[in-house]
Design a binder for this molecule. Structure first.
Ligand code: GLN
Length: 461
């Protein structure tokens, strides 16, 4: 795979022997931020002066009283609350909104010594696959600024690829951590549904929303996951079931990639190479078919739009004042402040949930989702890991995809794990002949996050 990078644990050892290195480390990230301002990666930067930003960290390194993530520099997607910072969800509607509290995972990160460097750009309310629906303008891909970084956590993936932080926290409802990670050639991990607290994450589609982590190394991601998982849940959908570990001789499921006419040649080649490589390494491989495959993308868009229309009903303008301190015009508030894609989802969602159409669309979609989840459980009785491409194509040019349906197709391979609430990780392919490698996605069964991370690590080496 891509060349191994230094892990944060390695860096910590250096910082312990020479605490002033943490200052250099931070300055390097700051300078990378200044050099990539044109990429529009951050919406808000933490403006604490360096001395204050690093004071406790330095002291703890000097006294050797460091915590698990002491000095880890973290970027946070701007739909997650960080107390005292703006949280805009990349929407005009919340462009002045200030967070009053920390999301639970943010509290956990801070308590372990992590430092928040800024809030990253995203598609408005996390709806999109290219970061082009942001009210603050698109983010461009740090690997090639004519390309999109993916979405909706496009700023998050770009913040890692541009070397502005150790890890990025994003959210993944239908692929928003894995797809941008793939487009920016970094690693993106979505734990199973309910494994990380959603308290403080702005709701898009509550039965799918999941916090995810993007990083340069799997070790960094595991370290942060460990800390965030260890929180006292304030979230009623928390999954506190015990972890299950997968044995050392896993069976790997893969698909017949050649049958997809919308998958690009580059992605096909990289995918086939990975499967070939696994064969050479003597892994047991089995070709599988994804159950209910052709329904999954429509089912995802039906359920997520229905839930979004209900979640976004709270932005009614009643409690909001305009910049002169006057109440806003409630009649026009939503139409004036939501962007086009968000309106499309709300209108679709309201339609799907309306009398007469509820049974025709929503009930059926829920039914298929349940059936699919059961079929996936069965599939995982004989398979340990499922390997799919992360995306059907390599990153595309900014402003090149105009048709929403074509945009939605970017999520073809990521929505299955979301609908079934399964853990999944995207890693860049090794031996890729492409400038930006395609990525593969590994999916595993419920409660096997740690085995999945270990397996992904093994594949990388
Ligand atoms: N691209 C998908 C969508 O627009 C996924 C978004 C997400 O995971 N937040 O719905």
């Amino acid at each position: 795979m891509t060349t191994p990078k230094k892990t944060f644990r390695d860096l910590q050892k250096h910082f312990l022997s020479r605490p002033e290195l943490i200052i250099e480390h931070y300055r390097q990230y700051k300078s990378n931020i200044s050099n990539t301002l044109n990429n529009n990666i951050f919406i808000t930067l933490n403006d604490l002066p360096e001395k204050e930003f690093l004071s406790e960290t330095l002291l703890r390194y000097k006294n050797e009283t460091i915590r698990q993530l002491e000095g880890m520099i973290v970027s946070v997607k701007d739909n997650i609350n960080v107390r005292g910072m703006k949280m805009t969800c990349a929407s005009a509607l919340l462009s002045e909104h200030q967070s009053l509290y920390d999301a639970q995972i943010i509290e956990a990160l801070k308590n372990a010594g992590a430092l928040i460097i800024g809030k990253t750009n995203l598609d408005e309310f996390a709806m999109g696959s290219s970061n082009e629906t942001s009210y603050f303008g698109p983010t461009s891909n740090p690997l090639d600024s004519s390309l999109v970084p993916g979405g909706s956590s496009g700023g998050a993936a770009a913040s890692v690829a541009a070397g502005t932080c150790d890890i990025a926290i994003g959210s993944d409802t239908g692929g928003s951590v894995r797809q941008p990670a793939a487009f920016c050639a970094v690693t993106g991990f979505k734990p199973g549904y309910g494994k990380l607290s959603r308290y403080g994450l702005t709701a898009f589609a509550s039965s799918l929303d999941t916090i995810g982590i993007i990083g340069k190394t799997i070790d960094d991601i595991s370290l942060a996951y460990d800390v965030m998982k260890d929180t006292n849940f304030k979230d009623r959908t928390a999954n506190n079931e015990a972890d299950i570990s997968i044995g050392q001789k896993p069976v790997i499921g893969y698909i017949d990639i050649n049958k997809y006419e919308f998958v690009s040649k580059e992605v096909k080649n990289d995918y086939i190479n990975v499967i070939q490589h696994l064969k050479v390494k003597n892994y047991k491989l089995e070709r599988i078919e994804l159950p209910f495959e052709k329904y999954l993308l429509p089912v995802y868009y039906i359920i997520s739009s229905a839930e979004a229309s209900s979640n976004l009903a709270r932005y009614d303008g009643i409690r909001i004042k305009n910049s002169n301190g006057q109440p806003v015009d409630i009649e026009s508030f939503r139409s004036a402040n939501f962007g086009e894609e968000v309106k499309r989802r709300i209108l679709n969602g309201v339609y799907i949930l309306s009398e007469g159409y509820y049974d025709r669309y929503f009930s059926k979609a829920e039914y298929i989702r349940q059936k699919f989840t059961c079929e996936m459980e069965k599939l995982f009785l004989n398979t340990d890991y499922l390997i799919l491409p992360t995306t059907p194509t390599l990153p595309f040019k900014i402003a090149s995809v105009k048709d929403p349906k074509e945009m939605y197709r970017s999520d073809y391979f990521t929505v299955p794990a979301s609908l079934a609430g399964l853990p999944a990780i995207s890693i860049p392919c090794y031996n890729s002949g492409n400038n930006i490698p395609a990525s593969i996605q590994i999916i595993s069964s419920k409660n096997t996050e740690y085995s999945l991370l270990d397996f992904a690590c093994k594949l990388k080496n």
